[in-house]
Design a protein around this ligand. Structure first.
Ligand SMILES: [Zn+2]
Length: 225
């Protein structure tokens, strides 16, 4: 027989009250605390006729994975109250018509979006490819040589990517358009290696893409803090 008495009902009601009181103000507080006065540009590398590199097993396009991860990042920054600007929001490139000079127009438009946004951080999302050693895997972060801010940002993101367990790398200076084209702290995040079958399999799961986005997001927030 179930045993209900007034004391027990009162205790349950009290417990419920405590739970509600404990949870509601806490979530309201954390939302308010997360409204951060920062702007992040999230650049999904490649797009349109430029698919980037292809997965070694499935030929999945880098450009599609980059966009998916960029969109996950945007969600996370937006939820934290950080203004997040994507350079591209669909599978297309930013060059207009794919006529001569399209790659240059595409890169130039990305630079313009960064300049217009005046961001605190620029993240360019890519996937790596290293066919001469297909065992190489994990995330690698690049910054502009001589940029102390870029290096600090890269180190913070790299640390979180290393924690995902693929491989441990140090952030690397790299001579790439996306880290050179403006003076804002910028990094290229090579999330994983599409030349490595295990990394490719992980990238094809929503779960791992979410983990990557969480790691990059945490690295950027730690840098901004
Ligand atoms: Zn790429």
């Amino acid at each position: 027989m179930l045993f209900f008495n007034k004391k027990r009902i009162l205790a349950c009601a009290l417990l419920l009250c405590l739970l509600v009181c404990a949870c509601v103000p806490l979530s309201a507080f954390s939302r308010a605390a997360q409204a951060l006065p920062f702007t992040v540009v999230i650049d999904a590398g490649h797009g349109g006729v430029d698919g980037g590199v292809l997965g070694v097993r499935t030929k999945v396009k880098e450009s599609d994975l980059n966009l998916q991860i960029a969109q996950l990042l945007r969600e996370r920054f937006a939820q934290a109250g950080v203004r997040a600007v994507l350079t591209r929001t669909n599978a297309g490139g930013l060059y207009g018509l794919a006529t001569a000079g399209y790659k240059r127009r595409d890169m130039e438009r990305r630079r313009e979006i960064i300049e217009e946004s005046a961001p605190n951080v620029v993240l360019s999302v890519h996937q790596n490819y290293f066919p001469s050693d297909r065992t190489r895997r994990g995330g690698q972060v690049f910054y502009r040589a001589g940029s102390a801010e870029g290096q600090a940002l890269a180190a913070s993101v790299q640390e979180r990517l290393n924690a995902l367990g693929g491989n441990s790398y140090s952030p690397l200076a790299g001579d790439y358009f996306m880290v050179n084209c403006t003076g804002y702290p910028s990094v290229i995040v090579e999330c994983a290696f599409l030349s490595n079958a295990e990394d490719e399999a992980l990238l094809l799961t929503e779960e791992y893409r979410a983990k990557l986005a969480d790691a990059v997001f945490a690295g950027v927030l730690a840098y901004l803090a």
